[in-house]
Every structure is written in C-alpha cells, then in structure tokens.
Design a protein around this ligand. Structure first.
Ligand SMILES: Nc1nc2c(ncn2[C@@H]2O[C@H](COP(=O)(O)OP(=O)(O)O)[C@@H](O)[C@H]2O)c(=O)[nH]1
Ligand SMILES: [Mg+2]
Length: 282
C-alpha cells in the first residue's frame, strides 16, 4: 500500500537557535517541511535553509501564530498535515504516532500532554490550570471529552482543511499589523471547535511537550486565555449540533490513542489482534 505523504508545517518567529534541535528529528520520509516565517530577524530562514536545503519557506500574510499556521496549511501539498512548533517543545519524531491514528480511521489526531504516555516540561502551573478549565468548558459546550485543549501538536488529513474555515489571504485589518479572528494563539481552539462542529472523528494521541530550548514564549496566559474563552463562546453561538454518532474507528495493535466522541471518551492500548474501538457508548 502506498503510504500517505506528510507535510510538516512549522510556524517560526525568531527560532534560529531552536531549529537545529527540531529539524534533525523530522522522520526521514516526510514529503515536505514548510517553515512559515513571521518576519524573523535572527536568521531563522537562513538556518532552516542550511539545515534542510529542501525546506519550503512561506511568508505569513498577517501576524500571529494562527495566521502562520493557516498560511502553511494553504501551501501544503501532502495528504496529511502535521503542525509542529519550532521552539524545540514538540518532537517531530512523534509524527508517525499521529499518522498511525489517522490510518486507523481518525480524521484528526490531536496531541495530549495529559494522557498516559504524554507529559510536559514546558507548561506552567498557571497555564495548566487555565488549560484544564478551558478544556472542561469546551467539552461541556461541544460534547467532547478531550484531555487537552490548548496544545499545538495536531495532525490531520488535508482533505479536511476546509473545515477549519481559516483565511490565509486577506490583508491585515486596517492595513496595519492587527490580527483577524484566529490569527493569534486562539487558533488551536478555533480549529478544535470547527472540527467538533463538523463532527469529525478525533483521536487524542499522547505527546510529550519539552521545554522551549532558547528564548521565551510569545504567549500571554491572560490575554491569550481570554481569546481562547471568547473563541469557545462566540463560535458556540453559531453552532449547529454535530452529528450524534461517529463511525467506530479501527486501531492497529500497539497504538495508544484516546478516541473522543460526543460526550464520551476512552483510552486504549490496543494489545491484541485488531480490535474495534468505539470510544464508549456514544
Ligand atoms: N510565524 C510565526 N510563528 C509564531 C508566531 N508566534 C509564535 N510563533 C511560533 O509558534 C510556536 C509556538 O509559539 P511559542 O511562543 O513557543 O508559544 P507557546 O508554545 O504557546 O508558549 C513557535 O514555533 C513560535 O516560533 C508568529 O506570530 N508568527
Ligand atoms: Mg512554545
């Protein structure tokens, strides 16, 4: 069987010192690596090209990590898109684990630091508490049972990219450096909301988040936490309920995933011969 091709989208804002820790960990068979540069001034693009002459450099159209991701998604040509941070916190070596969940039937594989096998050296107590509350709120509103909402390691079939409904091409509002909705760190929440609204089958995959290697985070827990909360609230007002049932997905032995369906969740290490996972009673 021909394996699906994988495009890795890497948003990067002044990550020249971190990219040498990230690129060498890419699985050898990825179809393409797309670095979406946020007009870095530290030589990020030159370092990326030196490490990986085949890297595709995309300049983002507005500001913010969300805008960077959507520009990367628009440029991607692979069957599967993997979103991987450039600061050394996400390990591209985990990509095959996510791809396995997609091959096992999921439409979208989201990383979770809070499943068995996952973890974080990067998350602060404040962020952890905020993430927990926002995740619970999201679950209550959208009928899911995710364990981790605000985490950026996501992998999905490119054919579902239109579900995200994100705008890669409009100029910045007012011609300045303003953000459109979804351009900031709320982007992951916006994606999860729209994926849930579309009723896609989502598998949570355990992932380990390492501490950022150099530099400091661009995220502000209060400001960006508020944008995440607004996203959950505003998008819900426009929501029609997603389908109540999702088809069961088949998992290969050895895969550890959490299959999340509306209102239910179950974790499983698939140990025996191929088994069916339904993610609970639905
Ligand atoms: N292109 C681009 N990348 C960004 C921007 N803001 C953050 N990033 C990248 O997004 C990833 C996550 O950002 P980071 O600051 O580490 O936030 P945190 O992981 O939530 O603490 C990193 O690879 C950043 O370089 C931006 O405005 N433009
Ligand atoms: Mg980070």
């Amino acid at each position: 069987m021909l394996l699906p091709s994988v495009s890795v989208v890497v948003p990067a804002l002044n990550e020249a010192r971190n990219i040498p820790h990230v690129f060498p960990r890419m699985p050898p068979d990825v179809h393409e690596v797309i670095l979406v540069d946020g007009f870095s001034v530290d030589g990020t693009v030159a370092v990326a090209r030196e490490l990986r002459p085949d890297v595709r450099i995309v300049r983002q159209t507005r500001s913010g990590k969300g805008n960077a991701l959507v520009c990367g998604v628009a440029a991607a040509a692979g069957d599967i898109i993997a979103m991987v941070d450039a600061d050394g916190s996400a390990d591209p070596g985990e990509i095959p684990r996510f791809v396995a969940a997609l091959l096992d039937g999921a439409d979208f594989a989201k990383g979770s630091r809070f499943l068995e096998g996952g973890g974080s050296n990067d998350i602060t107590r404040l962020r952890s508490l905020g993430n927990y509350l926002l995740t619970e709120f999201f679950n209550a509103r959208y009928g899911r049972n995710y364990s981790d909402l605000c985490y950026g390691f996501n992998v999905f079939w490119r054919r579902h990219a239109s579900v995200l409904g994100l705008d890669a091409t409009s100029p910045p509002p007012g011609g300045g450096s303003g953000l459109l909705w979804g351009d900031g760190f709320e982007v992951e929440t916006l994606i999860h909301v729209r994926v849930a609204k579309a009723g896609l089958v989502v598998a949570e995959v355990p992932s380990f988040e390492h501490a950022r290697i150099h530099g400091v985070s661009n995220l502000n827990a209060f400001h960006d936490g508020r944008r995440v909360l607004q996203t959950i609230l505003i998008e819900r007002r426009r929501t029609r309920r997603p389908p109540l049932t999702q088809p069961p997905i088949r998992l290969r032995p050895g895969t550890v995933v959490q299959v999340v369906q509306e209102g239910t969740a179950s974790s499983a290490l698939v140990a025996g011969p191929e088994q069916q996972a339904t993610g609970g009673s639905g």
